[in-house]
Design a protein around this ligand. Structure first.
Ligand code: GDP
Length: 176
């Protein structure tokens, strides 16, 4: 089944977003392959696709060695997952563009891995501030990219963006 991977800095709101997206009866959480790493969770959605919950990056207090191991884990996943259709990179809409996120998207691009951006926690800002921050982010991306990835604005607290996101994935699936 096609797979869509969700990833972002720790505390960006990934668990909350996944809860918002998966809270319907037709969804079942399936663990990763038995005996393999427990770092990745798969959620089967509508018997049609898998939502993949990847661990958060950017923890401040981890050793260099741990960072390396983690990086290898993530890069191995992206490089070898044949079912992977696209990644969703989560960005806290309140934050200015951060190096770690930009570098990660750069890496995805260089490795030809399609991705979209999800701006999270939209309920924390007024609409004009959201618009300003999103535009600032897109401008930053345009410094290195010719085309922009799709982007979505969500709030798990206010249940914003759910239908749009699920609809987008269904549409991509229908073209596979
Ligand atoms: P994760 O570490 O990326 O999985 O982040 P969590 O989903 O655990 O969220 C981190 C913190 O942000 C928690 O305190 C959440 O309650 C809060 N949070 C997550 N999403 C939202 C949102 O859409 N709106 C608001 N106001 N808070 C959120």
């Amino acid at each position: 089944l096609p797979e869509y991977a969700f990833i972002g800095r720790s505390n960006v709101g990934k668990s909350s977003l996944i809860n918002m997206l998966t809270k319907r009866k037709s969804l079942a959480k399936t663990s990763g392959r038995p005996g393999k790493t427990q770092l990745i969770n798969h959620f089967l959605i509508n018997e049609e696709w898998h939502l993949v919950d990847l661990p958060g990056y950017g923890y401040a207090r981890v050793s260099k060695k741990e960072k390396k191991t983690f990086q290898k884990f993530i890069t191995d996943y992206f490089k070898h997952r044949k079912q992977l259709i696209s990644a969703f990179v989560l960005i806290d809409v309140r934050h200015e563009p951060q190096k770690i996120d930009l570098e990660f998207m750069q890496w995805l691009g260089e490795n030809m891995i399609p991705f979209s951006i999800i701006f999270t926690k939209a309920d924390k800002l007024k609409p004009n501030a959201i618009e300003r921050n999103v535009q600032q982010y897109l401008d930053k991306l345009l410094e290195t990219w010719e085309a922009l990835p799709p982007h979505f604005i969500t709030s798990s607290a206010k249940e914003v963006g759910r239908e749009e996101l699920l609809g987008y994935i269904e549409e991509v699936n229908s073209k596979l």
